[in-house]
Design a protein around this ligand. Structure first.
Ligand SMILES: [Zn+2]
Length: 83
C-alpha cells in the first residue's frame, strides 16, 4: 500500500510494535516519512517523525527519528481519514 509522506497517523495501543512481538501500549501520533513491507503479514515498517518533533524546521537532523511496525489496517484508516 502507498502512504504519502507527511501523513499523520494515530497509532493506538496494540496497533504498533517497536519490533516484532513487542507491542506498543501507548498512543503515538506520527508523521510518516516512508513505509516498507515487513515479513509479518498485516504489518508494515514505518519510518516517521513524532508529530511533536520539530523536523524539518529545526532540531531533528535525521531523516526520521522513529522506526516501528504498524498495523496495515491502522495505516489504511489514516489514509482514508485524510481524504
Ligand atoms: Zn524527528
Amino acid at each position: 500500500m502507498e502512504l504519502p509522506a507527511g501523513t499523520v497517523v494515530e497509532l493506538r495501543p496494540g496497533k504498533w510494535q517497536l519490533r516484532p512481538g513487542s507491542v506498543g501500549d501507548v498512543i503515538h501520533h506520527v508523521r510518516v516519512v516512508k513505509v516498507h513491507e515487513s515479513l509479518t503479514t498485516g504489518w508494515m515498517w514505518v519510518y516517521a517523525h513524532d508529530v511533536t518533533c520539530a523536523w524539518p524546521e529545526a532540531d531533528c537532523a535525521v531523516p526520521w527519528c522513529l522506526e516501528f511496525l504498524a498495523s496495515e489496517v491502522a495505516l489504511r484508516a489514516a489514509v482514508d481519514g485524510g481524504r
